[in-house]
Design a protein around this ligand. Structure first.
Ligand code: AMP
Length: 281
């Protein structure tokens, strides 16, 4: 496996792979890999000739006062994990090469970006779509792999790829969880022991909602209240949002009648965690 930092050098590798007729599978990440990232890499390995992982902590998707500086970084550890999951090349560009001083171009998806995480992290998705667009142009993947963990992001990227005729396949894979249900996240490393314990309430509350819908509840407001009560019972948990929305267009629902996305963002101390489930009715 190779680690390439230079954009021009990396593009030469891609050109060579293309010359050989190799298909390219791509997993974009911010690094500090865990089983969630590795599940994407393994799927890419199974479906493509060349597997590319990008590691880039993208400053553009962090707001003022967010954790850009603190975000965990460990390339050596990531490289060992990436190899074990079948990665061929890690592309780890420098910020100054991705965004030189005269950088002026941004990509924005409308509507889908205004609610949920877009409402509490202004400009976040503009940063995500811009960097993913740049990475797609550099990597030229046949298939790109994303996690359902970032449900809104996956929907936005699918929209962008379709709207801009990018001609690649976007695969969205299930959330990988710890044994106690907590969705894996690089940010889990910020949690204190007590916060880590409390954080299991995210998935527990989503499971309660799922059970209630399975038992016949269709009132979205009541489902939201059920989740709110469960999370509020944890002293260390502070709700950012609870959303019960249409799983296709992210619009709010009064009544649960079709595929619904239930998504949460909750703070534990300085750490903001997200989780979600999709419920079919
Ligand atoms: P990140 O490094 O957090 O930007 O995540 C990179 C990719 O991994 C994104 O497509 C995420 O949705 C995905 N991902 C993160 N956590 C998980 C998880 N627990 N299960 C599955 N995919 C995940």
């Amino acid at each position: 496996m190779e680690i390439i930092r230079q954009i021009t050098l990396f593009k030469e590798k891609i050109k060579e792979a293309r010359r050989l007729g190799n298909s390219i599978g791509f997993v974009p990440t911010m690094g500090f890999l865990h089983e969630g990232h590795l599940s994407l890499l393994r799927q890419a390995r199974a479906e493509n000739d060349l597997v590319v992982l990008s590691i880039f902590v993208n400053p553009l998707q962090f707001g003022a006062g967010e954790d850009f500086e603190d975000y965990p970084r460990d390339l050596e550890r990531d490289a060992a994990l990436a190899v074990s999951a079948g990665c061929d090349i890690i592309f780890a560009p420098a910020t100054r090469d991705m965004y030189p001083k005269d950088y002026a171009t941004f990509v924005e998806v409308e509507r889908l970006t205004s609610g949920l995480c877009g409402a509490s992290r202004l400009g976040h998705f503009r940063g995500v779509t811009t960097v993913v667009n740049k990475l797609f142009n550099i990597v030229t993947p046949d298939r790109a792999y994303f996690g359902q963990k970032d449900a809104q992001q996956a929907i936005i990227i699918r929209r962008m790829a379709k709207d801009l005729n990018m001609g690649l396949e976007i695969d969205v894979l299930p959330i990988i969880r710890e044994a106690d249900g907590l969705a894996m996240s690089s940010r889990n490393s910020y949690l204190t022991q007590a916060e880590r314990k409390s954080a299991t309430v995210l998935y527990r509350s989503l499971c309660l909602a799922n059970e209630s819908i399975a038992a016949g509840e269709r009132n979205a407001g009541l489902i939201e209240q059920l989740i709110r009560a469960a999370i509020d019972s944890e002293r260390l948990a502070h709700i950012d949002y609870i959303a019960v929305v249409d799983a296709e267009n992210l619009l709010e629902l009064d009544k649960i009648e079709k595929r619904v996305l239930i998504a949460l963002a909750v703070r534990f101390g300085k750490t903001r965690l997200i989780d979600n489930i999709i419920v079919e009715v």
